[in-house]
Design a protein around this ligand. Structure first.
Ligand SMILES: Nc1ncnc2c1ncn2[C@@H]1O[C@H](COP(=O)(O)OP(=O)(O)OP(=O)(O)O)[C@@H](O)[C@H]1O
Length: 338
């Protein structure tokens, strides 16, 4: 059995419909009007131990709602969930011991006490044995570069410092499963990198199962082998990241280094639909092309007709194109990715 299993999982919310202003608020008080918003349509999920899964979709697609149901914060409207054999909503305490969760927009640290004291409280709450706590704390301080702020209270930390502390707090008790909801939101590249390296290490060394929601495509490329795309509450793709790239990314890029400038070629390419030239220098350029219209050998032979090619390399398609196309409604995927 998979470590995370959901069958027919769904969630609806009752949303108040209010007219604007005080009059609207009063009217709603007297004659309340609500609509049912289906945040998550019945969905099935199976995630194996040790997997790193990106759970992505446009704003309002239902990502956080799914994560909240899987982590036991929200009760599903229908369906079943088993996380490491436990129903997270019914056995919240047991479930809390086996998961770590980071919600990028909120902190689970105590606001007014030093971070190291928050960690110490978590040690008692999770009953973490002293040697495990010491080893993890020392390792996390080092990996996440936390020594300079560990004695400050959460309220005094910058966003990047707070996120690192939150991540450490979520993993101190060695949970086999970790849910990360936008763990790198608003962070600079260097802190993002630290966080990604840390997650990678924990996954590789401890076999921790990672489920990550993010709008940062770099997080996905760096961390996740599997991609699940949700839109309007339904899963529209569930498969490997490499497969979605190779099957759905529309364009490919070939980088060339040539013996001498090729002005005629540059002019031709500028007028060819489905091909785009980008000059890096007189003798270095890239050609991106629509892979449904042209093959790589079409492009290479076209360049070779104009002179000597010293070197060329092809770059894999970018996941960004695929996801953007899905969000824009220009690409329809189904669960098998066909
Ligand atoms: N507590 C709630 N009450 C009413 N509606 C809710 C509640 N929580 C979420 N929703 C609605 O459910 C839908 C899905 O929200 P959810 O937060 O899961 O989306 P998301 O994919 O995480 O979006 P984002 O990328 O913007 O964080 C939205 O339409 C949202 O307005």
């Amino acid at each position: 059995m998979s470590i995370i299993e959901a069958r027919g999982l769904s969630k609806s919310f009752l949303q108040a419909v209010k007219e604007p202003g005080l009059k609207g608020a009063l009217k709603h008080l007297l004659v309340p009007r609500n609509i049912t918003k289906i945040a998550v349509q019945p969905l099935d999920l199976s995630i194996e131990a040790g997997e790193t899964v990106a759970y992505v979709g446009p704003n309002g697609a239902g990502k956080s709602t799914t994560i909240k149901m899987l982590s036991g914060i929200l009760m599903p409207s229908a369906g079943s969930i088993s996380v490491n054999g436990i129903n997270p909503y019914k056995k919240r305490m047991e479930n809390a011991a086996q998961i770590g969760a980071v919600f990028g927009q909120r902190t689970q640290l105590w606001w007014d006490i030093p971070i190291v004291e928050s960690f110490s409280l978590l040690k008692d709450i999770y009953q973490i044995p002293e040697p495990v706590y010491r080893t993890n704390l020392d390792q996390f301080i080092e990996l996440l570069g936390m020594s300079e702020f560990i004695h400050l209270s959460a309220r005094k930390l910058s966003l990047g410092q707070r996120m690192r502390a939150d991540l450490a707090a979520a993993l101190l008790h060695n949970p086999p499963i970790v849910y990360l909801d936008e763990p790198t939101i608003g962070l600079d590249v260097s802190v993002k990198q630290k966080i990604r390296e840390f997650i990678k290490k924990i996954n590789q060394e401890q076999h921790t199962t990672v489920m990550l929601t993010t709008h940062d495509l770099g997080d996905i490329e760096d961390l996740c082998k599997r991609l699940i795309i949700i839109d309007h509450g339904s899963i529209i793709y569930d498969g490997s990241l490499s497969e979605v790239k190779s099957r759905f990314a529309k364009s490919r890029v070939i980088f060339f280094q040539v013996g001498s400038p090729m002005p005629e070629l540059y002019e031709q390419l500028a007028q060819t639909d489905g091909m785009k030239l980008e000059l890096q220098s007189e003798q270095e350029f890239s050609v991106s092309f629509d892979r449904y219209e042209y093959t790589a050998s079409d492009v290479v032979s076209r360049v070779m007709r104009h002179g000597e090619v010293i070197d060329f390399r092809m770059e894999d398609a970018n996941i960004e194109q695929v996801i953007k196309a899905v969000y824009d409604g220009n690409l329809v995927l189904n669960q098998s990715g066909q």
